[in-house]
Structures are given as structure tokens and as C-alpha cells.
Design a binder for this molecule. Structure first.
Ligand SMILES: Nc1ncnc2c1ncn2[C@@H]1O[C@H](COP(=O)(O)OP(=O)(O)OP(=O)(O)O)[C@@H](O)[C@H]1O
Ligand SMILES: [Mg+2]
Length: 203
């Protein structure tokens, strides 16, 4: 039973932590799973990821938008669509909603334009379920203390607040999207994720 599950939200909200936990849970339950992430997931996309996240690079907003979409196009065609054809459950960290949040709410690109390029990059493929992990800003430093800060994580509080507001709006207007309070513990959030998978008949 092919299903496409996306983990979204601002930086350090726990996407990777929860994606790893869910993959392990599903594999232990006997499901065939592909865990992947954007930008990246294929050699071409990982190359683009390096360009995008390198703090040394000055990337213009238009180039940034198109690089994300180029990475997404390659990743969708090379990994996500074939895995779904093989009836796998695909867990992907970040997808089209990230571009709506970062390039739409963050950089101010027109949302219709973003939806158009998102559709080109994905062949119109939409997630069966999108989790949006939102945490209070007070945890941003705490949870990232020992982490390397990439180019987008260096944007500052104001940009992060815009992201949070953007994601809150996006959850409301996106089909099959649920908001997860990422201030909770790892275990509590994992339990919520499983609950929603049941609610959406994925488990
Ligand atoms: N619920 C939680 N409570 C406390 N710490 C957490 C929680 N979830 C994740 N963390 C910790 O916060 C940090 C960021 O988590 P994680 O890498 O999963 O977030 P992310 O959303 O994938 O971040 P990025 O956007 O940078 O990829 C990690 O050090 C992780 O161990
Ligand atoms: Mg991550």
C-alpha cells in the first residue's frame, strides 16, 4: 500500500528525530519503507543541497527558488515516484510546503508562482499526509546548541517568526496536513504521529 508521508516545519523542530523513529517503527511492523529528505536524496540533489546550505554562498532569491525546485524534480522522479510504484511507504523530510514557507512567506514570492513551479517539479504529486512540527523559539538555541548552523539557520529570529506564522497558515489551507506541537517530548510526539497515521488509515 503506497503512501507518501511528509515531515515539515522550521529548522530544528524534530523532523529528522521523528522521521527516524517512524521509519524504525514501520520497519519493525513489517512495512517496506523509504526514508529520504529534501533538498537531497539523490547524488544530483545532494550536490544542490551543498550549494544551498553552504554559509559561504550568496544565493539570490530566484536562484534559491529554482535550485530547490531542481533538486525536488530530480528527487521526485528518481526516488519518490519509483518507491511509491513499488508500494513503499515514503517518509520525506521537507517537500513543497517548505518552498511555500521559505520562498513564499520568507522571501515574498507570489504563492501562485510557487504552486506552479512546485507542480512542475513534482508532476503534481501530493502527500497523503503532511506533519508540520512547530516549536517555540526558545527551544531553537537549546536544541541546536551543538549543531552546525547552515545558511538558512543563520537568518535570525525575525525570519524564524515569519516561518512559524507561514507554516501555521499553510497547515490550514493544505489538504491532509496536521500541526504537531513540537515543544513536547520525543516520545509524546511519536505517539501523536502514530495516532494521526491511524486516523488517516495509513496504519
Ligand atoms: N521533542 C524534542 N525535545 C527535545 N529535543 C528534541 C526533540 N526533538 C528533537 N530534539 C533535538 O533537537 C535537535 C533538532 O532535532 P532534529 O534534528 O530532529 O530537527 P530537524 O527538524 O530535523 O532539524 P533540521 O531542520 O535542522 O533538519 C536535535 O539535537 C534533537 O535531538
Ligand atoms: Mg533534519
Amino acid at each position: 500500500m503506497a503512501k507518501f508521508i511528509v515531515f515539515e516545519g522550521p529548522d530544528r523542530g524534530g523532523k529528522s528525530t521523528q522521521a527516524n523513529l517512524l521509519r524504525k517503527y514501520l520497519e519493525a511492523a513489517g512495512y517496506n519503507v523509504l526514508q529520504t529528505r529534501e533538498p537531497g536524496g539523490t547524488p544530483v540533489s545532494e550536490g544542490i543541497r551543498k550549494i544551498l546550505l553552504d554559509p559561504e554562498n550568496s544565493v539570490s532569491p530566484r536562484a534559491e527558488l529554482l535550485l530547490y525546485e531542481a533538486s525536488r524534480a530530480q528527487h521526485t522522479e528518481e526516488k519518490i515516484l519509483p518507491a511509491l510504484q513499488e508500494d513503499k511507504i515514503v517518509i520525506c523530510e521537507r517537500y513543497t510546503m517548505s518552498t511555500c514557507a521559505y520562498q513564499g512567506y520568507g522571501r515574498g514570492f507570489d504563492m501562485d508562482l510557487i504552486n506552479t513551479v512546485n507542480n512542475i517539479a513534482t508532476h503534481g504529486l501530493q502527500p497523503d499526509l503532511t506533519f508540520v512540527f512547530l516549536m517555540s523559539d526558545k527551544y531553537f538555541t537549546e536544541r541546536g546548541e551543538y549543531l552546525f548552523s547552515d545558511r538558512l539557520e543563520l537568518e535570525g529570529n525575525e525570519f524564524r517568526e515569519k516561518m512559524r506564522q507561514g507554516y501555521k497558515e499553510l497547515v490550514k489551507i493544505t489538504p491532509n496536513a496536521v500541526l504537531i506541537d513540537a515543544d513536547n517530548t520525543v516520545e509524546e510526539i511519536h505517539a501523536k504521529v502514530l495516532g494521526h497515521l491511524k486516523e488517516f488509515n495509513i496504519l
